[in-house]
Design a protein. Sequence first.
Length: 276
Amino acid sequence: MTTQTERPARTGLGRRQRARLNRGIQYAVLVVAIAVAAVLADWGSIARAFFNFDVAVAQFPGVITTALVNTVVYTLLGFAFGLALGIVLALMRLSPVGPYRWIATAYIELFRGLPALLVFIALGYGVPIAFQLRFDIYSTVMLALGLVGAAYMAETIRAGVQAVPKGQIEAARSLGMSPTRTMITVVMPQAFRIILPPLTNELILLTKDSSLVYLLGLASGEYELAKFGRNALNEFASLTPLLVAGLCYLIITIPLSRVSNLLERRYGRGLSQSTQ
């Protein structure tokens, strides 16, 4: 009578066990790295450099009433101008008239390729030298941020317009609406619901780009957060002012990021599907 050969016992770890082991090793490495950093760090020097309470208190109320307020104002001015120009550029990109498309495409490619730093320098120093035309600080910041932001927002708006179902446009035209009225009353409201998340992200980027305004030379009442923190750094020889300025930036950007995530979950599907 023949006996059936027995299968050899499985040796080694299963997939789940290997995954658990890998996670355990990663946690162990992280704990060891934190422990080594905690032992080797000079916490006294770190505390004096970053967490000097007296220096932090000295930043108030100016860091809020002047720097934070100016940062918000500069950002909103740039965003408003950029959004208006971005809508025009997006419609030009979608126009059946060839020259309009070419002009919009050239603008978008140009300002998406240029650093915002160069745009600030050009408007703050190049234009006054070349054309003897000077803008006040608010106009300069609005133009610099808006010109750069418009290039990105135009592409976002164009994608949002193209994401609106064609049936909506056809239904509006069948009701006798003109192309202009269809775009204003039917297409754009739906497009903006779709593009709210990326527009919120653009607002965050403009908030951070507003720090470039220091290149223009500011009076004390025109300081934004980065300039305010830099001056305080030189005055107190401490990194605490930069930490305070960074926290103020987070006061702006974290709520905006949260809003963007919420809008993404609610409205973001249309734009993602249109770009596939």
